[in-house]
Structures are given as C-alpha cells and as structure tokens.
Design a protein. Structure first.
Length: 463
C-alpha cells in the first residue's frame, strides 16, 4: 500500500497558511531565510537582515521529512529488483535442510557447506556480468569451536570499488547460517527461510543490481557465517578483515529477518520495517540510523522505516553489533512484527515469506544504500555564526555536483529529525537556530536528479 504523495509548499505559501490557521497553531520559529552570495564560497562574515515573509527567495523550500520524492534514475534502479530472483535464493537456502555451523561441509545439497557454495557461485556469476569486471569475490576463513566441535567458518565477500577518492566504504551484510532450538545440534532441521535466507536473498539481489554501474563509495557485500553462535563470523570479519586492513567504514547495514509481514497473533504489517542502532542517542550508529530514516522517507515511499531506540530487540543480537562495538556506525533492519514461535524452529519455512513484503523491504534498503553510495558527498566546514538580534547564519562549504542542500534539524533528546528544509545556497540566516528548539543539525547534498547523499556528522547547537 503506497502513501499518497504530499505537496511541497514554498515558504511563501506556508506563510499564508500560517496566517490563516494561526488560531489553531502553537508558536514556532519563523522559517529560515536564505542569504544571497556573490561567489561560490561562503563570505567571511554575514550580517544580512532577515527578509520579510513575502520576500523569501523562490528557491527556499521548507519540507516535511515524510514527503516522498524519488527521481527517475533511482526508480529505474529499484524496479530492477526481481521477485522471482529473491524467491529463488530463499528457496535454495531453505531447501538445504540446515545451515548450522556444525552441519555438513561436504554435501552439495545440504548443510553449511552447500550454502556457502551457493552464495559463492551467485557472487561469481555477478562478477562475470558486472560492469568492467568491477565486482571482485573473495572468502575469509576463521576458526569455529562450538559444541565440542572444531570447524572452519567462511565469510563470503563481494567488493565494488568506488570511484571517488576519500569517499570511504559501505558494508552491507546478512548471515547465512541457521540454527534450531537445540543450539548445539548440527543435524537438527533448521530451514531458516526467514532467518535469514531472506536477508541473504536481498544481499545477492542488491549486489547484482549495484554491480551494473560504478559508485562514488566502495561497497562491500558480505554473507556472514556463524551469526547464530555469538556473531563469530562478523566479529572475525571486523577484527581480521576491516581493522587489519584499516578499511574506512562509513556505514554498515545489516539485514536479518526481512521477509514476513505477519505476527504470531495473525496480525499483518506490510508497510513498516524496523531499524535498530547502538546507544547512546548521539552515537555514530544512532546518527547513521537517523540519516537512513530520513533518506528512506524521501526516497523509498512504499515502506516506512520504524526507527527503534535500542541496539536490538530485547535479549537478541545480530551482526551489526560486531561493528558498533568497535566504533563503526551500523544499523540492523528486521521485519515489523515478531514471530517468536517460528524463529530457530522447524516452522521457519518458505510459506511464511511473503513476496510483496520481501520486495518492498529490499527496495527500501536498496534506496538507502544507493543514496549513501551514489549521492554527492556531505558538506564540510559547517559553522553557525551569530549576527546579533537573535539571528544566526549557518554556513558550509559547497560540494561538487550538488544542486541543493538538505538541512535536517533535531530537537534536544529527540530520536529522529523533526524538521528539514532545502536550500540552493550554502548559507542560511534564521532566528530558529537556537538550542532550545534544536539541539543539533546535519546537512546533506542533493544532485540534479534529486538523489540525497550521506549526511554530515551532526553539528551541535550549543546556545
């Protein structure tokens, strides 16, 4: 079910509405005013007076975080998600009976070895069809000691090298192992269709789509083993791959259980997907979650990202925590409703995976990944200058390829951004830049196609 698009008002129209409805509205800061600049760089000092409401520049636009806007290029990318391919991957992994780390490594049709071979083969097919052979495939082996059995785990890695120097790396991952309620038994039936064949299916499909073009940022696609036994695979990946190579990870997106819209009580939620991130509310992971939440609301209107104030569900864990524990910004996506009677049981079968939900979840996460990897770089050198008389001017450095900028504002202690506005200029004067109204802000660049890039780190408004 799609949300109806909301009309974006100019500030002039918004002012007239506020006048007409003033008796029903509470007091709020006046809209920001753009300050004209004669050069491509911000002036050293700014002392322009605030314009009257009817003098707002035409390009000044105040927008709601929930207004959906997708450019045709992004829509073309999202439309490449193939439901049949997603279900083919889920069905293949589900049919392996179990993917427990202590299951067979030799069978071609069952066990953890068959699952690893299937993903490697899919990644190799993607490499063969990638643009300019830009997709490379490798594996990372690590030792597993579980239930008095020693084995070799295998993380499967696909890398798309970015084109922009200094843009950093985005990691997107999903675990492919499964487990039953008998955690130590490698032979118990553990089909793991939703947990987590759905996440792996989305991972493979995104790698296929993204490999058809080049990206500003480097993207690492990784299928983790041994998540179900205390995250051993992703811990090894962070320590022995990311940290050992000093890889500059800007964001990690984890997909774990993203294919079902039903709850254990029969309820249905096909319009939301939950997102978790590590405390505190000002942590790098929580800031990443906020920007993904905002980007998703603008670029992926078919599914709402329900941002949660916790690192994961109570008593649970997943691979994003291996990254946030080491200081890397990371988030987890998981379906909206709980089904505790299915997880880690023989009831986690493919008949509980809904194609429309899995497709919508995949598109939503793919839109956010595309923005982080392909959008213009985040503005730098952000400053907030006092002009006197309660006015402040926000300035930042221009970004190559940006046609406008999105400024997101967060009230003190709030989980998400409450307001944002768009500016074609790199300086904005407003009396609303005060800590009592907003504790922090972040700025992103937007290109001519309407694609929002990654946001800057949050800038604290201190007084």
């Amino acid at each position: 079910m799609k949300r109806r698009p909301t009309v974006v008002f100019t500030l002039l129209t918004l002012w007239f509405l506020l006048v007409l409805l003033a008796c029903n509205l509470t007091e709020s800061p006046e809209p920001p005013t753009l300050v004209p600049r004669a050069t491509s760089t911000p002036p050293p000092t700014i002392g322009y007076a605030t314009l009257a409401p009817n003098e707002y520049p035409a390009q000044a636009t105040q927008i709601s975080p929930n207004i959906a806007r997708s450019d045709t290029t992004l829509l073309s990318i999202l439309n490449q998600v193939e439901p049949d391919s997603l279900f083919q991957h889920v069905d293949a992994l589900f049919g392996m009976r179990t993917r427990h780390v202590n299951s067979s490594t030799l069978s071609a049709t069952e066990g953890i070895g068959a699952a690893a071979s299937y993903i490697i083969n899919q990644f190799n097919d993607i490499r063969a069809q990638s643009l300019q052979n830009s997709f490379s495939v490798q594996t990372q082996e690590f030792e597993i000691d579980w239930a008095d059995q020693t084995s070799t785990g295998k993380n499967i890695i696909g890398v798309l090298q970015g084109t922009e120097v200094g843009r950093g790396v985005i990691v997107i991952g999903a675990h492919y192992d499964s487990i039953s309620v008998d955690f130590n038994n490698g032979n118990s039936y553990a089909p793991g269709a939703d947990d987590n064949a759905t996440g792996v299916a989305a991972l493979i499909e995104m790698a296929r789509i993204m490999s058809q073009r080049r990206h500003r940022a480097t993207i690492i696609f990784v299928a983790f083993s041994a998540e179900e036994i205390q995250r051993k695979g992703s811990i090894a990946f962070v320590n022995d791959y990311i940290r050992a190579r000093n890889i500059p990870v800007n964001a990690m997106i984890n997909m774990d259980i993203i294919g079902s819209q039903t709850g254990s009580d029969g309820s249905i939620n096909n319009r939301q997907i939950r997102m978790y991130s590590a405390d505190s509310n000002d942590s790098k992971s929580r800031q990443l979650a906020r920007e993904i939440h905002l980007i998703g609301s603008r670029l992926a209107p078919d599914m709402e990202i329900d941002m949660q104030p916790a690192v994961d569900r109570a008593g649970r864990y997943s691979d994003h925590m291996s990254f946030s524990d080491m200081g890397y910004p990371s988030v987890r996506f998981v379906e909206a409703l709980e089904e505790p009677g299915r997880e880690h049981t023989d009831r986690d079968t493919i008949d509980d995976v809904q194609a429309t939900y899995l497709v919508s979840a995949t598109k939503t996460i793919l839109a956010c990944l595309t923005a982080l990897a392909d959008g213009p770089s985040a503005p730098e050198n952000i400053q907030l200058r006092d002009n006197g008389n309660g006015l402040r001017t926000l300035v930042w450095q221009p970004v190559d390829g940006a046609t406008s900028y999105v400024v997101a504002l967060r009230p003190p202690g709030a989980l998400t951004y409450s307001d944002m506005f768009e500016s074609t200029e790199t300086n904005v004067t407003w009396k609303g830049f005060v800590a009592a109204s907003y504790g922090s802000l972040a700025i992103a660049s937007k290109d001519a196609n309407g694609l929002i890039g990654p946001f800057s780190f949050e800038f604290a408004i201190t007084s």
